[in-house]
Design a protein around this ligand. Sequence first.
Ligand code: BEZ
Ligand code: FE
Length: 309
Amino acid sequence: MDTRTTATTTATTQDARFLTEANSVATVNARMGSEVSPRMKLVMSAVVEHLHALTKEIEPTHDEWQQAIEFLTAVGHKCTDWRQEFILLSDILGVSMLVEIINSRRPSGATENTVLGPFYVPAAPRYENGKNICLDGKGDRLIVRGKVTDLQGKPIAGALVDVWQTNNDGFYDVQQKDIQPDWNLRGVFAAEQDGTYWYRSTKPRFYPIPDDGPVGQLLGQLDRHPNRAAHIHFIVSAPGYDPVITHIFPDDCRYLDEDTVFGVRETLIAKFQEVRSTDDATKLGLQDLDERLPYYFVNWDFVLTPSAM
Ligand code: BEZ
Ligand code: FE
C-alpha cells in the first residue's frame, strides 16, 4: 500500500503517539491545545497539511533540505529596515499578488488593485494639478490626466491621487539618494470639482527588482529575468471609499506578459499616446496645456467603491 495516500487521515489514539509517514499531518495537528483560536487552528492545520504534502511529494534529500534552510537563512540575513527579502520572495512566487487579489475583490468597473511594492514613501509633497514631478528632467515627457469617480460615474472631488515611479534609469529616488533629487517622481494631487486630476511626469520604463540577494539568485536558477513591466504606482483615496492601491502599465512594454512579480492585470493596461503636433494635441483636448512637443499622454480614470461598513 502507498502510505502517502493516507497522510491526511485522522490519527488513531495508537498511531498518533509517534509520528509516521502515514499519520504525520494528523499527529502534528493533534498536538494543538484547547486554547488555540479558531483562526490560528485553521491556518496552522493547513500549513502543516500542505508542508507535509509538499515534503512527501518532493522527498528531499538531506542535502536538499539543508540547501532550503540555508536559502531561507540567507533571505532573512538580507533583510534590513529598508530591504525586505521575504516580501520579494513572496512577490516572485506570485503570493503577494494573490493576497492582493483575494483582499480587494470589487464589482466589475471598479479599479483593480495590484501590489504595493517596497518603494512607496508616505507623505509625498502635495502639489497643484499640472505640476511636473520629474525633477531630474530625464526621459520622455508625459502628461497623465483623468478623473476619479464612483461606480455610477459621479466625480469624487478632493480624492487624493498619490503617485510614484522610477526615473528613466529605472531607479526610485530612495534607491539613489545621492543621485536623484529628493521626492523625484512622487507627489500627491487632489481631484478637482469635476473629479479631474492631472500632472506632468516621464514615461515609465521597465526596471529590475533588487536582484543582488538570494531572491535574485533563485530567479537565475529558475532561468527567469528580474524585470517588472513598466508602470506608474498610484494610491487613490477619498473618505468613505475603499482606497485603491494600483499601477497603470503602458501597453507597449515588452515585459507586460512576464512581469517578474505577476502584478499586471488586463484592466490596468493603458495606451500612452504620442503627441507629436499641435493637431494631435487638439484632437486629444490638450491644446491649452502648453506642453513642449513631442510628449506622451495617458488618459486614466479611477473608479472607487464605497468602503465596507
Ligand atoms: C515595485 O513595483 O516597485 C516592486 C514591486 C515588487 C517588488 C519589487 C518592486
Ligand atoms: Fe514599481
